[in-house]
Design a protein around this ligand. Structure first.
Ligand SMILES: [Zn+2]
Length: 373
C-alpha cells in the first residue's frame, strides 16, 4: 500500500496527493501553517489573556461555557479554564443516548475536582433514537445528529445564560483530518437540507438553535481582526492558543481530574458507538484506513509520535477486521439488524448530496487558518 512518507496516511485517502518526495498535502499544509508556532507562543498567550479579560468584563455570571463530553480534550479544557485561568465555568453535556459508563464517571470526577456547574440536555430517548435512524436511512450517517446537538446546545445555553465564551478542545492541529467524503459533522445547513427533503415527525427544534445574525457578524469581526475585536459570544478553540501535548494532557487530567481511559482505547472514550463509525469507514469507504490511521498521522505531524511506532499499530489494526463489539448495543437501541445497518451504510457517499459546499464554511476555515499561522 502506498502511504505518505512522513505520516501514515494512505494515498487512497480522499483528497490526498503525494509530492515527488512522497509527502502528502496534509503534512505540507501542516508544515506551512505551523512553521512559526514556537516563535509565536508568547504572542498567542497574550492574545488569549486579552480574550479572557474581555470575557470577564462582559459576563453576567459565568465567564465561560465548556462543552464536556467525558473525553480527554474537553476534560483538559475544563482543567485549563478552572485551574489555570480561574474562570467561573458552566459545563454543557448532551446525553446522546450512547454515553459510555467511563464518560459519565469522567464527567462526575472532573466536575467534583473543578467545582464547575453542569447543564445536561437529555433529548427524549425515543425521539433521539428515531432521529439517528432517520439520518442513517437518508444519509448513511448518524454522527451528524449528536454533533448538531452539541453545537446547538452550546449556542443555546451560552445565549440563555449570557456567557461570552465557549471554550472547546477542537483542534485542526492535533485532530484527525476528516474529509467530507467520509465524515459529516453537525453543520446546520446539512442538517436542515436533510430534514427539508425528509421531514421528521417529532419536534426537534432544540437541534436547530443557531447563532443570531448579530453574533455571526461579531464572530466574523473577531476572525478578521485576528482576535483584536472580541465582542458578543465567541467560541474559542483552546488548542489554537495552547500547546496540545497528549502525554502532558493525559498526565494532567488523570492526576488532577481523576480522568480514566478505556483499557483498549484512549480516544473518543466518551462515545460508546464510535468504533462502529471507524469500522464502516473502512468497510465501505476507504479500506486502507484503520481506526488509528488519521489520528496517528496528526500526532506524527505534531511531533507527538514517531512514524515507526504508528506504522506498527496501524499495520496490526489492518490485519484485524472484526465487527466491533459495540455494534450489538447500537443495533439493540436502534431496533435494527446488522444486515439493515450494513445496507444503510453501503453507499458511503450518500450524505454528499446534502452538503452545501458552503462559501461561508470555507471562508471561516480560511480565516481560522490565517489566525493560527
Ligand atoms: Zn503525510
Amino acid at each position: 500500500m502506498e502511504r505518505c512518507s512522513r505520516c501514515v496516511t494512505p494515498a487512497s485517502y480522499p483528497g490526498t496527493r503525494l509530492n515527488s518526495d512522497g509527502v502528502c498535502n496534509q503534512c505540507l499544509d501542516y508544515e506551512a501553517k505551523y512553521a512559526h508556532w514556537d516563535e509565536t507562543r508568547a504572542e498567542r498567550a497574550e492574545k488569549f489573556r486579552t480574550i479572557l479579560d474581555q470575557a470577564r468584563r462582559r459576563s453576567s455570571y459565568y465567564h465561560a461555557l465548556v462543552p464536556l463530553s467525558g473525553g480527554k480534550d474537553s476534560a483538559y479544557v475544563l482543567y485549563l479554564a478552572t485551574k489555570v485561568y480561574n474562570l467561573r465555568v458552566l459545563c454543557y453535556t448532551i446525553d446522546n443516548g450512547f454515553h459510555s459508563p467511563i464518560a459519565k464517571e469522567n464527567i462526575a470526577a472532573a466536575l467534583a475536582a473543578t467545582g464547575a456547574d453542569h447543564f445536561v440536555f437529555r433529548p427524549h430517548h425515543g425521539s433521539l433514537m428515531k432521529l439517528y435512524r432517520h439520518f442513517l436511512e437518508h444519509t448513511g450517517m448518524f454522527c451528524p445528529v449528536c454533533m448538531r446537538g452539541i453545537t446547538a446546545g452550546s449556542f443555546f445555553v451560552s445565549h440563555k445564560f449570557n456567557i461570552p465564551l465557549i471554550l472547546t478542545g477542537s483542534s485542526e492541529k492535533t485532530e484527525e483530518r476528516l474529509v467530507p467524503d467520509i465524515f459529516q459533522d453537525g453543520d446546520l445547513s446539512f442538517f436542515k437540507k436533510v430534514l427539508k427533503e425528509h421531514p421528521f415527525p417529532d419536534d426537534i427544534q432544540a437541534f436547530l438553535f443557531d447563532r443570531t445574525f448579530y453574533e455571526r457578524v461579531q464572530r466574523a469581526l473577531f476572525l478578521l481582526t485576528g482576535g483584536r475585536i472580541s465582542q458578543g459570544r465567541m467560541d474559542i478553540y483552546m488548542p489554537d492558543y495552547h500547546d496540545w501535548n497528549y502525554a502532558e494532557i493525559y498526565s494532567t487530567i488523570s492526576s488532577k481530574l481523576g480522568w480514566r481511559s478505556l483499557p483498549d482505547r484512549d480516544e473518543h472514550v466518551d462515545c460508546l458507538v464510535e468504533p462502529i463509525v471507524h469500522y464502516f469507514i473502512r468497510e465501505m469507504r476507504v479500506p486502507e484506513l484503520t481506526p488509528s490511521t488519521l489520528r496517528y498521522s496528526a500526532e506524527i505531524r505534531a511531533g507527538q509520535r514517531t512514524r515507526e511506532e504508528a506504522l506498527g499499530v496501524v499495520e496490526n489494526e489492518d490485519r484485524e477486521r472484526t465487527v466491533p463489539k459495540e455494534t450489538r448495543i447500537f443495533l439493540e437501541r436502534m431496533g435494527m439488524t446488522e444486515e439493515e445497518l450494513r445496507k444503510l451504510m453501503t453507499d458511503g457517499r450518500r450524505h454528499m448530496q446534502y452538503q452545501t459546499g458552503g462559501f461561508v464554511r470555507r471562508a471561516v476555515a480560511f480565516l481560522r487558518s490565517r489566525r493560527t499561522s
